[in-house]
Every structure is written in C-alpha cells, then in structure tokens.
Design a protein around this ligand. Structure first.
Ligand SMILES: [Zn+2]
Ligand SMILES: [Zn+2]
Length: 209
C-alpha cells in the first residue's frame, strides 16, 4: 500500500468505510451515561494514511456533562480502553438540547477522496489561508472528513498527554451527523479528533466558529 495523505470526506450514500453511532458499552467517566459512539472508522486505507496501528479508530464523546467542555482523551490500544483525561461535573438537564438521544443512530458511510487542491492545502496553524475561490464553498461548509483542513480548528498543535510528542489532526466530525441527529443546536460546532499513533491515544474536543 502506498502512503496517501490526500484525505477523505464521509459520503453517507455509500457503505464500507465505517459507521456513525450504534450502542456503546462504555460509561462516561463523569456522568455515568453510556458514552456516545460518534464514529467507528475501519477503512484500512484511511487508517494506513493516518498511521493508526489499530484495526479501528473509535471516536467516543459525551455531550451531556462537562466532558463536552474540554479535551476528552483515551487510550484505545487493541483490546483495551482507558480514559486518560476528561473534564468532570454535570451540566443542566437540557444541554445540549432537550430530550437528547441516548445514542447516535447507526449510519454507514463510504470515504471519498477530498478534492486534491483542498487536501494539499498546508495546515499552517499560525496564519489564515486565502482559499482558492473555487474551493470556498467546499471549505466553508462543515463536513465530516479524514485529514485535510477542517472547517474550524484551534491554531496550535496538540501534544500527546502520554509521550508529549505532537499529535496528528485526524478527523473532523460535522455537527450534523445525519438521519436527523445533530450533536448540538449550533451548526458551526465540529468535533476535532487528534491522535498519537505511538501511544494509540485519541483526543476529542469540540470547536466552534
Ligand atoms: Zn457524561
Ligand atoms: Zn503519545
């Protein structure tokens, strides 16, 4: 397999690369409710591009307590799952909105390559980038994607809490998952996922425009 850093976007008309949602057997370390199974990425080519060594990359999060307010970090080594860092404390009952679903609906997706010019934009964390005009629509629309430049991001590289090395910006998950499920009522929110391949560490944090 050749190294391919172009990046991919999630096409929910297709199947075979992974899925959103489904039940989770892991309890939130803060509120005790099941963690939300946001994304399970299993596409071998995408995992290879990411340098991720496990057979799946799982994005877990809790929107219903203070876990949502800071980076949520866990060790996802094969066969084990350990939470490394999280915020704690409860939020009001109607956060992020009333009657919040207990789980994300199960939705398949296929990965499609990002437009080449978009995938090749440098991730410069210190400067605003002038978008090429024809990419503006693509860039200014939040979407779920692997690699590439996310819709919003904080301008600094995250350090792995275990080895202290720089982590990779791995996935961006759109607020609107599909099938009527939105993560919050703010359409500019995305979940940004960082990973350390050496430590099998995943960090999930929300960002908004
Ligand atoms: Zn929670
Ligand atoms: Zn590390």
């Amino acid at each position: 397999m050749s190294v391919d850093h172009r990046g991919f976007w999630f096409d929910q008309r297709g199947t075979g690369s992974g899925h959103f949602g489904g039940p989770s057997a892991i309890g939130c370390p803060s509120c005790g409710r099941p963690l939300l199974n946001i994304v399970t990425l299993s596409d071998p080519n995408a995992l290879f591009c990411l340098g991720w060594k496990q057979s799946e990359l799982r994005v877990l999060f809790c929107w219903r307590c203070r876990v949502s307010q800071g980076p949520f970090v866990y060790d996802q080594s094969e066969g084990s799952f350990q939470i490394v860092r999280h915020e704690s404390g409860n939020m009001s009952d109607d956060f992020p909105y009333e009657a919040y679903p207990i789980e994300v609906p199960f939705l398949d997706f296929a990965l499609k390559p990002l437009p080449k010019a978009l995938a090749e934009l440098q991730l410069d964390f210190n400067e605003d980038v002038e978008w090429p005009h024809y990419l503006t629509l693509f860039l200014e629309t939040p979407r779920s994607q692997v690699l590439g430049r996310p819709f919003v991001y904080e301008g600094h590289v995250q350090a792995c809490p275990v080895c202290e090395g720089p982590m990779n910006l791995t996935l961006t998950i759109d607020n609107d998952i599909g099938a009527g499920y939105i993560q919050t009522e703010d359409s500019s929110v995305v979940l940004v996922v960082w990973s350390c391949n050496n430590c099998s560490i995943v960090q999930v944090a929300q960002q908004c425009d």
